[in-house]
Design a binder for this molecule. Structure first.
Ligand SMILES: [Zn+2]
Ligand SMILES: [Zn+2]
Length: 256
């Protein structure tokens, strides 16, 4: 294989290509999710839409602009991680026989849990008023969230979010496909949690899922009430630390 040259021009081209991929993914996934839930399945999901009033165009413009800015930062970190992998610094592997197959789902869960733990505590730190102003206010400008809010962060917050995955994969052995699954889960969960429509089922299994995994209703409470429900994927830390907010009758809640 020809040696890859990480000179400034090549690196910039790689960052630009990855940036385009991230942005296109954002528009396609968020757009498709919005179209499916709010247009195609509107009648079926009408009782699960958290707020019937549409989000203003001004808010969506701002969310898209900050999300595109986030994509620049994610692209820089993505190519930085690629460089770490290329130089052999990461614990990423591509030979499935290196670890037992059960390690594959376990490694995915482990990384998601570490990410969730990191985000819970960073998130709580970002809610300290002095920090909030510089790091986190931009994300909370969206009180009623939308699919476009999913990557709408101040660049300082994006930096904090982007740094954790490269750090994890320096230490945790992760198959390249497991990494891909994690990246997909990151995109899907950020969109689901901000879309403003609850898609997780109700009933016995739905309630169990809802108790463990964060969905749109849970994260909507965070955007509206600020001091509850800080988690990223799981409700674990909110429940352990007593920051879980059960929905009260005052909160908007899907009827079925
Ligand atoms: Zn949010
Ligand atoms: Zn917050």
């Amino acid at each position: 294989m020809q040696e890859l040259n990480f000179d400034i021009i090549t690196t910039l081209i790689m960052v630009a290509v990855l940036f385009l991929i991230i942005v296109v993914r954002y528009f396609i996934f968020s757009g498709a999710y919005y179209y499916t839930t709010f247009v195609l399945l509107r009648k079926r999901l009408i009782s699960r839409i958290l707020d019937p009033k549409p989000v203003s165009v001004k808010q969506i413009r701002s969310e898209v602009a900050y999300s595109v800015l986030s994509a620049v930062i994610f692209a820089v970190f993505g190519i930085g991680t690629y460089w770490l992998w290329y130089k052999g610094f990461t614990a990423i592997y591509d030979d499935l026989s290196l670890y037992p197959l059960w390690y594959l789902p376990l490694s995915i869960f482990l990384v998601l849990f570490v990410q969730d733990t990191y985000y819970y505590w960073v998130h709580r730190w970002m809610h300290i008023p002095k920090v909030y102003r510089y790091f986190h206010k931009v994300h909370h400008n969206s009180v009623q969230t939308s699919v476009w809010t999913s990557f709408s962060f101040h660049p300082l917050e994006t930096l904090l979010q982007a740094v954790i995955l490269p750090l994890i994969i320096l230490w945790v052995p992760l198959h390249i496909y497991a990494l891909l699954v994690i990246l997909i889960i990151m995109t899907i969960s950020a969109t689901i949690n901000h879309a403003g429509v609850e898609i997780y089922p109700k009933g016995k299994y739905g309630d169990w899922v809802g108790k463990m995994i964060i969905g749109a209703t849970h994260h909507d409470v965070h955007h509206r009430k600020f001091l509850f429900n800080y988690g990223l994927y799981f409700t674990f830390w909110d429940r352990v630390m007593g920051t879980e907010r059960e929905l009260s009758s005052n909160d908007r809640r899907p009827k079925s």
